[in-house]
Design a protein around this ligand. Structure first.
Ligand code: CUA
Length: 336
């Protein structure tokens, strides 16, 4: 049971006070907040941020105090010697000591964030225009591909290999850790360790073209058993359509050239240009966090890609008859 004084003290701690202030100011919901950490890396970054913010506040107050004092003090109140010491002490010694301290503290945080020891899971993520290609390798050796959604087991260190086929993106899950650029021709590494379960949001943090702001992804941190079940499910081929409408949707999907770009494992669709759709109906969002994953959104997306996501590579199929679009939407959203 927290005592009253204990909870008051907790509320008045610098972290608690600052967080309360920031929440008031921005109303951030925590799904995509570096200041509401759910991972080891994010925790270190948040601590560094609070130390720097606290220090900046103290220094600002001191400088303001001296400035106000200077406007009030008599010009002859301090000798040339006192003035010289204020300049040397406040202008040279103090900044050198403070900035060196902060630099050492920041550098000391880095090795633990980059350590590749005790990695429990490896995930490859490629930044595409404008979506995220995510690949897992299961223990059985199956390669599992999905898009715009990353699921992780809580409490395990996960090594990400980050690449891009064309332009520079930056991979960022603020709740879990720092951001790392995805650079064509390079493979960058990032290690994250989620500390609590929940659904978080990842984003691209480097301007990469017209729809840079429309490439987001969901990050679901799960209990390890639930994660293992989920990954085994993702390794399965797509389920067969189970209604006449879905069957019509599958026929429309295969006959309109969708399979040139998309894979649906277990069918003849084996394109690799666009997102793998084997279990697209089970995802939390559509079009990289742009639309909800329901039947209406699938239909809207297929018919109006460019209006929803400027410069997207997938052409709009608005010329197809409405019933074909509807059937396709039912087929795809049924791919759980
Ligand atoms: Cu990808 Cu910005």
């Amino acid at each position: 049971m927290p005592t009253l004084t204990g909870s008051i003290r907790a509320r008045l701690s610098p972290h608690g006070l600052g967080l309360a202030l920031l929440t008031l100011l921005t109303g951030c919901d925590g799904q995509q907040s570096a200041l509401n950490p759910a991972g080891v890396g994010a925790q270190s970054i948040a601590e560094l941020f609070w130390w720097m913010s606290g220090g900046a506040l103290v220094i600002w107050a001191a400088v303001m105090g001296i400035a106000i004092y200077a406007t009030q003090a008599h010009p002859e109140a301090h000798g040339i010697r006192g003035a010289r010491w204020l300049i040397i002490g406040g202008g040279i010694i103090f900044p050198v000591v403070v900035l060196t301290g902060l630099l050492i503290y920041g550098l000391m945080l880095m090795p633990q964030l980059r350590s590749t020891e005790a990695i429990g899971l490896r995930v490859d993520v490629a930044g595409e225009q404008w979506w995220w290609r995510v690949r897992y390798q299961t223990e059985a050796g199956d390669k599992v591909e999905l898009a715009n959604e990353i699921r992780l087991p809580v409490g395990q260190r996960v090594a990400f290999s980050l690449t891009s086929p064309d332009v520079i993106h930056s991979f960022w899950i603020p709740s879990l850790g720092g951001k790392v650029d995805m650079i064509p021709g390079r493979t960058n590494k990032l290690v994250l360790e989620p500390t609590r379960t929940g659904t978080f949001r990842g984003a691209c943090a480097e301007y990469c073209g017209a729809s840079h702001a429309l490439m987001n992804f969901a990050v679901v941190v799960m209990e390890p058993e639930a994660f293992t079940d989920w990954l085994a499910g993702q390794a399965q081929p797509a389920r067969a359509p189970d209604s006449a409408l879905q069957q019509a949707g599958q026929r429309a999907f295969l006959s309109n050239g969708c399979s040139a770009c998309h894979s649906v494992r277990g069918t003849e669709a084996d394109g690799t240009v666009g997102p793998d759709l084997t279990h697209v109906g089970s995802r939390l969002s559509l079009a990289a966090g742009t639309l909800p994953a329901d039947v209406e959104a699938f239909q809207r997306w297929i018919g109006h890609t460019g209006e929803i996501k400027p410069d997207v590579r997938m052409p709009a199929f608005g010329m197809l008859p409405g019933e074909q679009l509807n059937a396709m939407a039912h087929y795809l959203s049924g791919l759980k």
